[in-house]
Design a protein around this ligand. Sequence first.
Ligand SMILES: Cc1ncc(COP(=O)(O)O)c(C=O)c1O
Length: 370
Amino acid sequence: MAPVPTAESKRMSLKFEIQPATNPTSDKERAAKLVDPGFGRVFTDHMAVVRYTHAKGWHDARIEARAHFPLDPAAAILHYAQEIFEGLKAYKREDGGANLFRPDANARRFRDSAERMAMPPLPESAFIEAVEQLVRIDRAWIPGGEGSLYLRPFMIASEVFLGVKPSAEYIFAVIASPVGSYFKGGPAPVSIWVSENYTRAAIGGTGAVKCGGNYAASLRAQAEAIDHGCDQVVFLDAVQRRYVEELGGMNVFFVFDDGSLSTPPLGTILPGITRDSIIALAKDSGTPVREEPYTIDQWRTDAASGRLKEAFACGTAAVISPIGKVCSAGGEFLIGGGAAGPVAMTLRKKLVDIQYGRAADPHDWIKRLL
Ligand SMILES: Cc1ncc(COP(=O)(O)O)c(C=O)c1O
């Protein structure tokens, strides 16, 4: 089994050797790539890499030119999907500096994911250092305006062995990808498809951690959503097939006519950092927030009666996406007439203003880098 993290391993810091790319992208080429980067197809010049073996522990920490990994065809990741990842962003401040948003929370969740997947926990300080060093060396790639630099830390099992057991070797890396504003012209309400054929997570499974396998298993359900003309899939619980869990890559909130909010409880869903931040911001302004189970039937009934005023999805990529329409095999219904609601939009602005350094940061979420 992978070693259990000790207080010492959580504190331990690795020294990163910095080897700048010898042939980085020219200013002109980079400017062209930043005009409309879309999502996840444009990458910066560098990456952070740290290696692990049982004998040496975490070692060989580097910031180096982005390059392919040489992987043996028998590397464990290629067969048994022992892989975890994270997603966070660096935001350009109006004064030209850069902010990270709650990188400590991503580092903690990454450690939790590692423990669930029998992988060696990376010290949280090393996770944060890798992210910070990468943003520093590739800071010219952080887009202005409402764009951001998406950071993708991940860990793969690299031992060359076909037995089913935790790998004895791992590679941790961070890559960076400039992304444009998720919604051009403001957040458009999304339509979602209720998956009745597929579930995402069961108690005791891996739903609460960020491992690649969860996403591979969700693709068929997402394809079904697209086939039905919807933007995203929403999963129900795996036992009773009644309780709303989350979307393929976002958590979900409901806004009621008494001004309160509710969101599905933690357990089988991913503990989203945006979800946690929204709960805190709503509570700051005196809004009651319940973390409680909510069924798809109740959702339909509350939308029809007007008790439900809004629903929205949230996550690092899109921040907050209003949900305008819910479709299922049994029919469809609108929420708030299908338009974006004021509670979702107000919370979104509050969060985005903190992320870009335009508003006070009462919870100390921002890590200013530059
Ligand atoms: C399944 C799932 N749920 C929720 C989220 C939202 O999490 P976060 O707010 O930390 O980005 C994500 C995105 O990472 C996700 O993949």
